[in-house]
Structure formats: structure tokens, C-alpha cells
Design a protein around this ligand. Sequence first.
Ligand SMILES: [Zn+2]
Length: 501
Amino acid sequence: MNWFRRINTLVSVVGISVPGALLSSLPLMALAATLPLAAQVPNKSMPIVSAPQAPPPAENAMAKEAEGWLADLVKIDTTNPPGNEQAAAKYIAEILTKEGVTPELLELAPGRSALVARLRSAAMPDPAHALLLVAHMDVVGVDKSKWTVDPFAAVIKDGYLYGRGSIDDKGMLAANLAAFIALKRSNARLNRDVIFLATADEEQGGDASIRMLISKNWDKFAAGYAINEGGRVILKNGKVQYVAVQASEKVPVNVAVIASGPSGHASVPTKDNAIVHLAAAVAKIGGYTAPVHFTTIVRRYFEQLAAIEDDELAKWIRSLDTPDRGEHAQRFISDANPLWNSMMRDTIAPTMLTAGVRANVIPSEARAMLNIRLLPGNTIDVLLTDLTKLVNDPQIRFEVQPDAGLAAPPSSLESDFYATITKTAAQEFSGAPVLPFLSAGATDSAQLRLHNVQSYGVSPFPLADEDSRRMHADDERIPLASFDKGVQFLTHLVSDFAAAK
Ligand SMILES: [Zn+2]
């Protein structure tokens, strides 16, 4: 993509108009700096807010209690499919009932329920003020042969709790439950309703997912604000570097690549073999890099990141938008971290291949599946036009699958709740800044944002890369010290925002 086209794309994103002649001479970081969103960039010389590190005994006891819930939840196998989330919902219902809260199970399909519970602030509360705590109960499958422990035994080893879902998302589920119960036990007067919601079918997004839940039961959990998974507390060299709060997410779209050719006896091959055409097409697609496009959230993320990264990296980050060094910087930053690459552009991952029925039969069709993650605002049609040109083969066609995600508007970075998250994070993590984050992965928040909920991904556990990479992978585990710290952070955050002063 040439520079001029990119500059125009950027200008349309930030929603201002500048004459073309002026633009061509103006570095975009400077342009962005004049925008209100970019006004609050933290600086290395800012004083570090010191925070008490050891939690008070009562909070420590709550975190230990929550560790027990997490272990129990991991032991309830909610692998999706089939999910069986009802068993987890019943377990949570029992805990809440003991606390004097009346939970409600919302059945979505046989064996599949969501659970909702509410702490009331008034007889006629305003749903637009309510705070929703969301976590999903289902987990992705496991390849047991690749695990060093039983993935559903909640084994504790070397300070870690191992198990499928220990991070995604039963860790968050147990932490939300702890924050909710701590608020209930505190008997604090609330200035808004706080709603606990445990969802089903997040990993497949099927008929028991939040989409169905919203269409059937929206009135039971309608809220103006939400906390969900999707963010990260970045642990680097044993210290929290920053808290990434997810305010937007990429849009997943699956696309089949279908090659066709004549079938025949494998002893008499021809050049138009469907498998050969498919392989060539997939190889070209694998080498493709989509153009860079900075959304408002990503722009602000990099601006704030430049203020806290090492000088060398910061220099490249600051050059991302410059006309002379932009392209070089984009390559450097993409190579430095695949997550940064995915925040700047649409990505394509070939994930499945199918062809053939017998070793001696040339098949008439071969298929590959591409898992595409679009930046919100980009469309699949534009990308497929590029890919069709790139592949340039009449034997290849693309077929968009019907299970695409939804593009939602980003959550506001100017809301009261975002300000509370920023303040609480600094208190909990020794002055660590909050950076707005666009997640490459999809969450339930897209559905909530489409219903005017300011939903934020605040996964509260400080995790090193080596641990967060295990989500959806073998030997998923959470350091118990991080879990405890996350429970404390979330508990403070919820009570700060919900308890009337
Ligand atoms: Zn998840």
C-alpha cells in the first residue's frame, strides 16, 4: 500500500479533514498529538505512585477462598462442545445462595445455562448505570497426551494451578465471583447495581452464546458498563509494565479456499490437479501482508507504549506513522511482537486442509480454511479482492463462511469507569499505566458494545508472556500469586466504582 493511500485511511479514522498538500508534509504522530484522545500520554518522568504490596489479611483470605472456587471450577469439565455449563452454573449458584444472594439460572439448551445474580442499589435502579461482571464458563478442548498433568484435576505445582480454563476464563470467573461476594459481605451502600453474569458457549459462539442470551434475557442483565476478559496485565522482568484494557477487538471471519480440477486416475496425472493449485494458493496467501491501518485505540496504545518502552523500541514506535521511516518501523515492530503486528493490520492464518479419499485417486476438489481477523472498520470484500489478484488462478475460489463475528464500536476512553480503572490499576501495580488495547481475539464484549455497553477487557492477573501464551494451549496454568493479586485488583476496582462514597 502506498503512503498516500495510507495517510488518507488514517485521516478518515481520526475523523478530521486536512488539506492533502498539508498532509503530505505532516508526520501523523504530530497530527494525532493535536487530538484530545492523545492528550493524556504518561511520561517516564512521572512520579511512581507507591502502593501497599501485601494485601490485608481479610483480602488475602478472600483470595484463598477464590483459589478453592477456581480449582473446583477447573474440575467441572465444560469443554465446548458440548459445554455442559449447567454443572458449573449450579456450583456457582450454591456459593451465591450461601451468601444470601438469589441467583437465576437461564437455560439456553439442554445442559447449557447461564447464571445471573444482582446486588441492588435502589428499588428502581437505572440500568444505564449498572456494572456487569462477565466471564464465560466453557473452555476449549485439550489434547491430553500433550499435557504433563491431568487438565481437569486442578493440580497445584511450583506455585501454579494447572488446568484447562485456569486463565481462560475460569480464573476471571472465580475473580469476578470474589469481587461480587466481597461487595455483598461489605454491606456497602451501592450507587449502582452490580450484576454477576456467567455465560456459556463463548468459545464456539453458537446457540447457547451471549448472542442468544441477549436476545432472550437482556432485561435480566442490561447494564451501561461491563468488565470482561480480553485485557492483560503485562508482567515484564518480574514487574508490571502496564495494564492493557481491551476497548475494541478484531472481527473473526472464516474463509474457505476451494480449488477444483478434473478427478482422475493417479497413474495419469495432469497439470490441473486441485491439490497442487490449492497448495500454490495457500503458499502465496501465507506470504501476504495486509496494509497497516491505525485505529484510534491502536494509535493511542502505541503513543502510550512509546513512553514506557526501552529507548530503542520507543524510537521505532514513534516512527510508526512517519512518512520517511514508517514502513521500516512497521516491519520492525511487527517482527518484534506478533501481537503488535496483528493490532496494525488484518491477519490471515490458514488453519485446515482437506482433500482426497484414496492414495491413487486425484480428487476434483481441495479445500483450505483461512481464519481471518479483520480490524474493526475493514471489510472482508476488500481483502478478498486483494487475495484474488494475488492468487491469480481461475481454478481457485473463496467462500466466506456464515459464522463471522460482528464489528462493534470501541468502548469510550473518556468514561468514568475507564478513569476508575486507570486510577485503581496505578494504586494496585505501583503506578503502572493503563493502555487502551485492541485484542486480536474475539470476546463477548463485541455483543455487549453493540448494545451500548461500555465494556472493558480487564483480565486482572499479572502474567508473563510465557504463561499467557498457554491460553488455548497445552499445560495452561496460572501462578497463584498472580491470581491472588488479580482478585485483589478486581475487588478494589468493583468496590471503587460501585460503592457510594
Ligand atoms: Zn475466553
